[in-house]
Ligand binder design. Structure first.
Ligand SMILES: [Fe+2]
Ligand SMILES: [Fe+2]
Length: 188
């Protein structure tokens, strides 16, 4: 079941950028790091674009509809996950607005950006756990071998879990790695 591996890999890729963002913002909060707005913008861009353009479409367009057709039990959970995808899009938009405000009014803008980010991190953690802990077990139970093959074909059209289907986010990901301070990245 390549599909399950790909879902796990993409979750881990997203989680690694979110962890790096949590680290950077924590260092700014404690005064150990001056804000690098190019890095923060690249990170917010990544956590907006990659779920929305690479990961969620595969779940929304292929995985959820197929499982919905096969398992009545999964229906309420899928409703919840679809709603979370929409909420996630709204929240990353708000995060970008808060970042723009933070960049313009550094002193007053940090707290609001930080609060939104912590909220988003908790929300996203819960979403990934729901998918891995509840959705995938239901799918293992309900989907046939032919179903998995059909999903594997759709899910396999992927360059790698960090970089999108055609490597379109590779440069953005590399920029983040290079700018993020150690130990999360290669930056100073
Ligand atoms: Fe999802
Ligand atoms: Fe997911």
């Amino acid at each position: 079941m390549k599909t399950i591996d790909i879902i796990h890999d993409e979750h881990r890729a997203l989680a690694s950028v979110l962890q790096a963002l949590r680290f950077v913002v924590g260092e700014i909060r404690s005064g150990k790091l001056q804000p690098d707005f190019r890095l923060l913008a690249a990170m917010v861009d990544y956590i907006t674009q990659v779920p929305e353009k690479v990961h969620h479409p595969k779940e929304d367009d292929y995985f959820f509809p197929l499982l919905r057709a096969r398992s009545a039990k999964a229906s309420a959970l899928i409703d919840q996950l679809e709603a979370q995808h929409r909420d996630g899009t709204r929240m990353t938009g708000e995060l970008l607005q808060a970042l723009i405000h933070y960049q313009s009014f550094e002193a007053s803008g940090f707290a609001a950006f930080d609060a939104l980010l912590q909220h988003y991190l908790d929300f996203n953690w819960q979403h990934l756990n729901l998918e891995e802990g509840e959705l995938l077990p239901l799918a293992r139970e309900a989907l046939s071998e032919a179903d998995w093959q059909a999903l594997d074909t759709e899910f396999s059209a992927n360059f790698d879990p960090f970089s999108g289907a055609e490597g379109e986010y590779e440069t953005l990901f590399r920029r983040i790695v290079n700018m993020t301070p150690a130990p999360y990245g290669l930056g100073a």
